[in-house]
Design a protein around this ligand. Structure first.
Ligand code: ATP
Length: 214
């Protein structure tokens, strides 16, 4: 059976050390060769990103420079229609084949809003969900039915490698109190983002004047 491949979707407005450190920890826990970053174009249930798609990709490129773990898949940015995760997963599944294990990485906050995703109950027919811990978010879904769906699918790291899809792996990642919202706010106020963003991203944002103080 082929190795587990992993995609990590996000608005990445901008990508930050919370994303990168969690992805690296997950890669080490699951022995991943790569983590493919999948920037979203028009996340249907979220406010629009502050900078353009092209700029978010430029930031991604700088963030992962010199780290061969990461790849970028910008397919969702090339579509005009809303990028439902289920549609992208359908395409990824076609590409990797029916038997290949495939993981989609999300944070705990995203797991708590999973029932707002388009055709959410079908997601696990295409991939495993690998969930990074996120400080400040409950470990339980407020809706009992959704929580019991989650509990029913929770699995261990080993099964992710041996089944193509269907599991939810709650990864024991470190807690990173970092969010893009807070970073944008800090940048708007001219505050330092040292340790929150990779140095190359801090430099790029300073050079280009993105997220400039308001
Ligand atoms: P915003 O503050 O704008 O909502 P964000 O920091 O949550 O942004 P996104 O690009 O929306 O970043 O997140 C992409 C994915 O990464 C989501 O599944 C989210 O749960 C996860 N994620 C983001 N920050 C962290 C973090 N600090 N720890 C763990 N997971 C995270």
């Amino acid at each position: 059976m082929s190795k587990l491949s992993a995609w990590f979707g996000g608005t990445f407005d901008p990508i930050h050390n919370g994303h990168l450190h969690c992805a690296r920890e997950i890669a080490s826990l699951l022995d991943l060769e790569n983590v493919t970053l999948l920037p979203n174009n028009v996340p249907p249930h979220r406010p629009q990103p502050e900078v353009s798609a092209a700029q978010r990709v430029e930031i991604l490129k700088r963030a992962i420079k010199n780290d061969p773990l990461f790849l970028i898949d910008s397919r969702e940015l090339e579509r005009d229609t809303p990028s439902w995760t289920i549609d992208t997963l359908t395409l990824l599944r076609e590409e990797v084949g029916a038997e290949a294990p495939l993981a989609f990485i999300i944070g705990q906050d995203s797991l708590l809003s999973i029932n707002q995703w388009e055709r959410w109950q079908e997601i696990l027919e295409y991939c495993h969900l690998v969930v990074a811990q996120r400080p400040g978010y409950s470990s339980q879904h407020a809706d009992h039915k959704v929580q019991s769906w989650i509990t029913r699918h929770v699995t261990d790291a080993d099964s992710l490698q041996h089944k193509p899809c269907g599991g939810i792996f709650l990864a024991d990642t470190s807690l990173y109190t970092i969010s893009a919202t807070d970073i944008r706010r800090r940048l708007h106020h001219g505050l330092s983002c040292q340790d929150l963003l990779p140095d190359a991203v801090i430099e790029y944002i300073a050079e280009t004047g993105l997220y400039r103080p308001r």
